[in-house]
Design a protein around this ligand. Structure first.
Ligand SMILES: Nc1ncnc2c1ncn2[C@@H]1O[C@H](COP(=O)(O)OP(=O)(O)OP(=O)(O)O)[C@@H](O)[C@H]1O
Ligand SMILES: [Mg+2]
Length: 493
């Protein structure tokens, strides 16, 4: 590996109002290296990368490419210089084909100026085969594939574009273990091609595995840059948080008393088959499966967001017929936090408003008064520890992980009898993960029922009392958490 950096950032500072998002940060990238960037939610990772990729053009400090100062004016400038960023939010077009998505914005044309479909399909097929994704049909609409696959295509698009610096902001947050493996394989290929990657992730085991070097940010400052070979996850955790943490929760003491709050019988659709389970009062039931196992669609089906053909649902003794309406579900004692929680947020609206939104009908007056809403939202915002905590800030100004916390806070204001949550800790840093899982525990200790649907073994094992494992749409295991560990879980898939 060539040790001369191709890219250097020196003493980069960036403010948003009174928030110092970045404070004199140094960062460099070598040819052919994978350099990971880690830190708590709000540490400044995405902001630094937005400067690198031309999204933010106003900042203090120096930016050198191949030793020469540059100042980018737009993401387009960055692309011209070979710097491409894969954002935390998916930006693929589900209605376009896989091939079109791979060439989005730079379609191949014939010499008559028309789109060269043949060449586009062929090139797409070749590129996918080279990268180990020959099973994707380049002519199919991308929306036909699972979310994880769409995310992989987003990554592949930047690679196919030939960029020499590829920034991946949490590329694996929605990938199945198999897809993560394929992505790591892709990164190895890129390394051979001498391309450089900046890799942002909260999965520290993954970071230690893929990265050559790791830079840790904390509160907008660089804490350290380390060789990955010389560090480990617990060392990283202490650098990230600036303190030692005990991320393990005390063992679950179940307060379930046999009072069934949610009962699902023989639910069947095109993607799940004959699924039955119960959630008791004072209990967390975890449903674990790899992405594509049907568990997320099962959760949606409970809320009329996915069609089921037969079976039935009972909530606290009453038959429940799902409709696609959050308000209707809440009235019947059920609430759902979907895995793509950003979609459920109004980015331009204040934090407090996003929390009170599903509950406005309870506030009484037709025009909800701000002070009333603020009073209602404040305890929940505090409980999930949104940073920065000012409830008047628009949600769009929060870091990715803090946006997730807002979406959770809304169900703490008026707790439903049963809270259903898909991927409760997606996008959260190590500290926030254990905070949110403790909140779910508290919820259950207070006598509510919780259903956690996830593809992250740690999340399931940390928070559940009982666990159901799904594979290919069927229940393949049902166990008490005390009899489980990660190996047992993975083997059941
Ligand atoms: N457009 C903006 N307006 C105001 N504040 C912002 C804006 N973008 C980011 N911030 C603030 O800057 C800080 C850094 O945010 P950033 O998104 O870089 O964090 P991050 O490290 O990527 O976190 P996460 O892991 O949650 O994605 C946060 O305090 C955030 O609230
Ligand atoms: Mg971010």
């Amino acid at each position: 590996m060539n040790a001369t950096p191709i890219l250097q950032l020196r003493k980069i500072s960036k403010r948003f109002g009174n928030i110092q998002a970045l404070d004199h940060v140094d960062f460099d990238l070598r040819e052919g290296e994978t350099h990971a960037l880690v830190g708590e939610n709000g540490a400044g990772k995405s902001t630094l990368m937005r400067i690198l990729s031309g999204v933010y053009t106003e900042y203090d400090g120096e930016f050198l490419l191949d030793g020469k100062p540059v100042h980018l004016h737009s993401p387009h400038d960055a692309l011209d210089l070979g710097i491409a960023m894969i954002h935390q939010e998916l930006s693929v077009m589900p209605e376009l084909s896989v091939a079109e998505n791979l060439f989005l914005g730079r379609q191949l044309v014939t010499r008559w100026g028309t789109i060269d479909w043949k060449k586009m399909y062929n090139t797409a097929e070749q590129e996918l085969a080279r990268l180990g994704f020959e099973h994707l049909d380049v002519r199919q609409p991308l929306g036909k594939y699972a979310l994880g696959t769409q995310q992989v295509v987003e990554v592949l698009r930047t690679i196919v574009s030939g960029a020499r610096v590829i920034i991946m902001d949490e590329p694996t947050s929605a990938l199945s273990p198999a897809e993560v493996e394929r992505l790591i394989h892709v990164i190895d290929k890129l390394r051979e091609d001498k391309r450089s990657i900046i890799y942002i992730s909260h999965f520290l085991e993954e970071v230690v595995r893929v990265a050559d070097r790791i830079t840790v940010l904390r509160d907008g400052q660089k804490v350290a840059t380390l060789d990955a070979a010389e560090t480990n996850t617990s060392h990283l955790v202490s650098l990230i948080l600036g303190r030692e943490v005990n991320a393990t929760l005390p063992p679950a003491v179940t307060s379930a008393d046999g009072h069934i709050l949610l009962e699902v019988n023989n639910l069947t659709s095109d993607v799940f088959n004959d699924v039955s389970f119960k959630v008791n009062k004072g209990e967390v039931l975890g449903i674990y499966g790899a992405i594509g196992a049907g568990h997320f669609d099962l959760a949606r089906a409970l809320f009329g967001m996915y069609r089921f053909d037969s079976g039935n649902i009972t909530v606290d003794g009453h038959r429940f017929k799902p409709r696609h309406s959050a308000r209707y579900a809440i009235q019947h004692g059920l609430a759902y936090a979907i895995e793509s929680r950003r979609k459920s947020l109004l980015m331009d609206e204040a934090i407090y408003r996003n929390v009170t939104l599903p509950h406005l009908n309870r506030i009484g007056s037709l025009i909800p008064r701000q002070s009333q809403e603020l009073k209602l939202a404040a305890p929940a915002i505090q409980m999930v520890n949104v940073q920065p905590p000012d409830p008047l800030n628009p949600v769009g100004t929060l870091s990715g992980g803090n946006q997730q916390k807002v979406a959770i806070a809304r169900w703490l204001t008026f707790p439903p009898k049963v809270l259903v949550m898909s991927e409760p800790t997606r996008g959260m840093d190590v500290g926030a993960k254990s905070e949110v899982l403790s909140i779910l525990r508290k919820f259950r200790n207070d006598g509510y029922g919780v259903l956690v649907v996830s593809s992250e073994p740690e999340t399931i094992l940390t928070v559940s009392d009982r666990v159901i494992v799904m594979s290919h749409g069927r229940v393949v295991g049902h166990m008490e958490n005390k009899d489980l560990n990660k190996d047992v879980l993975m083997r059941l898939l």
